[in-house]
Write a protein that binds this ligand. Structure first.
Ligand code: URA
Ligand code: CA
Length: 433
């Protein structure tokens, strides 16, 4: 096989075979196929797309390029949840203990990640003592005993994807749906999930801004999962405004705790129940969504979900008293309110710009090496459709310095207020799978 012939085949719109895809991915990972040939191939895929079979073959080839996590020592069907990324998305912190509390085993691998705020691991590290550096054996044991544990990302997961994603980033080939779908799915499959619930975000603050492309991506990922024997469901949810009110690490932990108590933001609770219900059904703990949802609601009302969260924190060295005493979480020294400049109704909360404002405060990393401030962030006071009085606070900035003029401007630019009533956008658009 010659790489150049395979590039020509893809350029001419012909599908590649499994053997050809494996040859390309293995060669690229090993370094025998150079970046310039892989760039040409990625561009050919960008223009010509991939068949359903090619996408599944590419995904599995990337899975097999590195370590594949074996969760067979854990009893039950392991269902993972993945979000394509939004602003102030705290659902993992809610959903994980919530589904674990009704018997769905949660064996999650989470990372730190780049972005407006930290990843799940960063957020959890705002709880004194909590850590994810645990051995595989004790990870399995914890899930078997408590039903939930979170371990740090293995360094050798899908090396082919790491290399290819970095290459796509500098060759204008990130925006290819088959490449995005196989990239995301390869990481989930290599992490050992038996079944996968995807939260595919759409809108201003999402990776996918248009509904038609969001649906294509969701359908593509569901198809890959099902083809390779992992039951997969995608929920398309709104990211035209941040999820919940809090954007920031410790602030989102507090928001997750409130939600597990049944006192959190409505949208975060609703999305958590929706994603959680699908996980419960996929795990075989309920046969219908309505039954699954009732189990989860009961778990919140009875306090079981919150107890599960405490047990999970304590088992990984965390100070579980933060759950009852959230003031023990790290807190920023300066709270700066953002008073509305006019009265009316909130018509837009530009999620991406609010995310940027949180990042400017230090809540997220722009580069892998950057450090983050777990205490800082933004707490919104309004959602789209809410009425506002002039001078009423629409948000509070949690800052490490007294000066936050730039962040204040960004928030003013993000929140639009108009005189007439505004319809609230839907939270969930569609479920695929
Ligand atoms: N996120 C990923 O993990 N991969 C992509 O290709 C795009 C977004
Ligand atoms: Ca939030």
């Amino acid at each position: 096989m010659r790489t150049v012939d395979l590039i020509a085949k893809k350029r001419d719109g012909e599908p590649l075979t499994r053997e050809e895809i494996e040859f390309l991915i293995q060669g690229y990972t090993a370094g025998t196929i150079p970046d310039y040939q892989m760039s040409a191939l990625a561009m050919a895929i960008y223009f010509n797309g991939m068949t359903s079979q090619e996408r599944a073959d590419l995904t599995l080839a990337m899975v097999n390029s590195g370590e594949v996590i074996d969760l067979s020592a854990i009893a039950g069907i392991k269902v993972d949840k993945h979000s394509t990324g939004g602003v102030g998305d705290t659902t993992t912190l809610v959903v994980a203990p919530l589904v674990a509390s009704v018997g769905v085993p949660v064996a999650k691998m989470s990372g730190r990640g780049l972005g407006h705020t930290g990843g799940t691991v960063d957020k959890l590290e705002s709880i004194p003592g909590f850590h994810v550096e645990i051995e595989n054996d004790s990870f399995h044991e914890l899930v078997n005993r408590n039903g939930i544990a979170i371990i740090g990302q293995s360094a050798n997961l899908t090396p082919a994807d790491k290399k290819l994603y970095a290459l796509r980033d500098v060759t204008a080939t990130v925006e290819s749906i088959p490449l995005i779908a196989s990239s995301i799915m390869s990481k989930k499959i290599a992490s050992g999930a038996d079944a996968i619930v995807l939260d595919v975000k759409t809108g201003d603050g999402a990776f996918m801004k248009q509904m038609s492309e969001t649906k294509d991506l969701a359908a593509c990922m569901v198809d890959i999962g099902n083809r390779v024997g992992r039951r997969t469901i995608a929920v398309i949810s709104d990211m035209n405004q941040p999820l919940g009110f809090a954007i920031g690490n410790a602030l989102e932990v507090k928001e997750a705790i409130d939600t597990l108590k049944g006192e959190g933001p409505e949208d975060l609770y609703e999305l958590s129940l929706t994603l959680g219900s699908h996980m419960v059904v996929l795990a075989g703990k309920a046969s219908e969504l309505v039954e699954a949802r009732a189990m989860l609601e009961h778990s919140v009302k009875s306090g079981r979900a919150l107890e599960k969260f405490k047990q999970f924190l304590a088992a990984q060295g965390g100070d579980a008293t933060v759950v009852d005493e959230p003031h023990r979480l790290s807190a920023a020294p300066y709270l700066i309110d953002v008073p509305a400049r006019k009265e009316g109704f909130v018509s837009a909360i530009a999620a991406e710009r609010i995310g940027l404002a949180a990042m400017k405060l230090g809540a997220g990393r722009a580069t892998k090496e950057a450090s983050i401030d777990l205490a800082v962030g933004i707490v919104l006071r309004k959602k789209i459709g809410d009425a506002v009085a002039e001078g009423e606070s629409v948000a509070t900035i949690h800052s490490s310095t007294e000066q936050a003029a730039e962040v204040l401007d960004l928030i003013y630019e993000s929140i639009a207020i108009q005189p007439g009533q505004v319809e609230r956008p839907p939270l969930i658009y569609e479920v695929i799978g």
